[in-house]
Design a protein around this ligand. Structure first.
Ligand code: SF4
Length: 233
């Protein structure tokens, strides 16, 4: 495959500000479900920030970990889908074909990262909020499973732009919304097939780890553990 997209999240830099969550909502036409639906476990966030506590009161600190689709190479969501709506595309991404999805939710049950979201209703944007919708991203309807795509629309736009200029896509040229919006640049996106890309170099750090590695899903999102636990890179 030409590209193999991946991401690195440096947990030492993440402040838990959730700018990535807001940017993802805006970029991907994600519905805001409201308090009632959220109380019923029907939240919609293609990326969410987990919060942990370290230490004992009063010497206690909050720690944060952004969690999005891990774009696994051995994705448990794919073989369980009866309609092949969840599949591996030619650039290593776990794609989701909305108009093939019949909403069985087998994929969400198979995913150990709880990053797949079921649409419980047809989202509506009251005027003039419909003007904020991104025309490059479809608005999903009730009964469909959805999740992070690494902002596939941005990847495609970058590839088309590079092809039109008869050149290769440059490292760092494509940035998913979460990566672009992160104030401390805790997130880095790029091509894992390029050994010299920033994401490849960072994923070889001594601090590199993957979420639930023991499950064997082979995620393409790498987390860099905090310096305090590993010393220098
Ligand atoms: S925007 Fe960056 S710093 Fe803020 S929560 Fe997301 S990853 Fe962490």
């Amino acid at each position: 495959m030409a590209h193999r997209w991946g991401m690195v999240v440096d947990l030492d830099r993440c402040t838990g500000c959730e700018a990535c969550v807001a940017a993802c909502h805006a970029e991907n036409n994600i519905a805001t479900v409201g308090a009632d639906q959220a109380a019923r476990g029907r939240t919609m966030h293609w990326i969410h920030v987990e919060r942990y506590w370290e230490g004992e009161f009063p010497n206690i600190r909050a720690r944060f970990q952004p969690v999005l689709c891990q774009q696994c190479d051995a994705a448990p969501c794919e073989p369980v889908c009866p309609t092949y709506a969840s599949y591996h595309n030619s650039e290593g991404l776990n794609a989701q074909v909305y108009n093939r999805c019949i909403g069985t939710r087998y994929c969400a049950n198979a995913c150990p990262y709880t990053v797949r979201y079921f649409n419980w209703f047809n989202p509506a944007w009251d005027k003039p909020l419909q003007l904020q919708l991104n025309p490059d991203v479809s608005v999903r309807e009730v009964g469909v499973m959805e999740k992070c795509t690494f902002c596939n629309q941005r990847i495609l736009a970058g590839e088309i732009k590079a092809k039109a200029a008869n050149r290769e896509l440059q490292d760092g040229e494509v940035k998913p919304a979460c990566v672009q919006s992160c104030p401390p640049t805790a997130m880095v996106f790029g091509d894992l097939n390029d050994p010299n890309s920033q994401v490849s170099r960072m994923s070889r750090s001594v601090r590199a780890t993957t979420l639930l590695a023991e499950v064997g899903t082979l995620p393409k999102v790498t987390y860099l553990e905090r310096e305090s636990s590993h010393g220098d890179e």
